[in-house]
Write a protein that binds this ligand. Structure first.
Ligand code: MN
Length: 253
């Protein structure tokens, strides 16, 4: 089975180089996030020789309050990668105060990505699904870039709206551990379904998950959708192929 971990944070493990080497050895296609632009050069260097482990350039919404001045750095590094994340909005009680600033930063990120074309973005939307989708709709047409909603917690109607906007969804085991999360996951169209661990922020047997642990997500999704893990894994892998294919329209002249 070819497996996909479209959202994890290998630079937050005790030994990032080792975590990246293990992910590469596992054969799982892995997209590792960065949380601040300052972390980018090191992550880029660590993943330069690992085609199956790619690094994304991020500015995490939970860190925007202290790191918004790194937005210019984010823009400077963007030409070095196709992958953007972790970005988005967090409207939870701890981060609510920076929400206006987060919106300003995310709007700028979407605009710059739309101008560049061909980027793939892993997007956080905790307690801010509507605002995230409003900004995506306004700033990043699906012909100019692709959005993957990570650990999505919206309603079924919001899954539909996001699908209509061209979004994909990466599902993890913590999401499938709750009734609400399972119901959200069940609403995701088969051709938009991807998998992730969000390690080290999710756990398996009391240890942080690693990319190879997406097998558990594949098994749960296969059970929930009454299919085999092999079939589900092959669907997710083919979705990855479509996600990464470059079919963006050229900029209108
Ligand atoms: Mn994350």
């Amino acid at each position: 089975m070819r497996l996909v971990d479209l959202h994890c944070h290998l630079d937050l493990y005790p030994d990032p180089a080792k975590a990246i080497a293990e992910a590469a050895a596992s054969g799982v296609y892995t997209l590792t996030m960065t949380t601040t632009p300052r972390a980018w050069p090191r992550n880029r260097a660590l993943t330069e020789a690992t085609p199956s482990v790619r690094a994304a350039l991020g500015l995490h919404p939970q860190l925007v309050a202290e790191h918004s001045d790194e937005l210019t750095l984010w823009e400077r590094y963007l030409p070095e990668t196709r992958y953007v994340g972790e970005v988005g909005l967090d409207g939870g009680p701890q981060y609510f105060r920076s929400l206006d600033l987060q919106k300003h930063v995310f709007e700028r990120i979407l605009t710059v990505c739309a101008n560049a074309g061909g980027k793939v973005l892993s997007v956080h939307s905790v307690r801010s699904v509507r605002a995230v989708l409003d900004l995506v709709e306004a700033k990043l047409p699906s012909t100019r870039g692709k959005i993957v909603l990570h650990w999505f917690t919206g309603t079924k109607a919001e899954v539909r709206r996001a699908t209509d906007l061209g979004c994909y969804f990466s599902v993890n085991s913590a999401m499938l551990a709750t009734e609400k999360g399972r119901s959200t996951a069940a609403a995701i169209p088969t051709d938009r379904l991807l998998t992730e661990t969000d390690g080290p922020f999710t756990f398996l047997d009391q240890r942080p998950t690693r990319p190879a642990d997406v097998t558990g997500v594949i098994q749960q999704l296969a059970t929930n959708r009454s299919t085999s893990p092999e079939k589900l894994a092959s669907i997710v892998f083919s979705n990855l192929g479509v996600l990464l294919s470059r079919s963006d329209d050229p900029l209108p002249s």
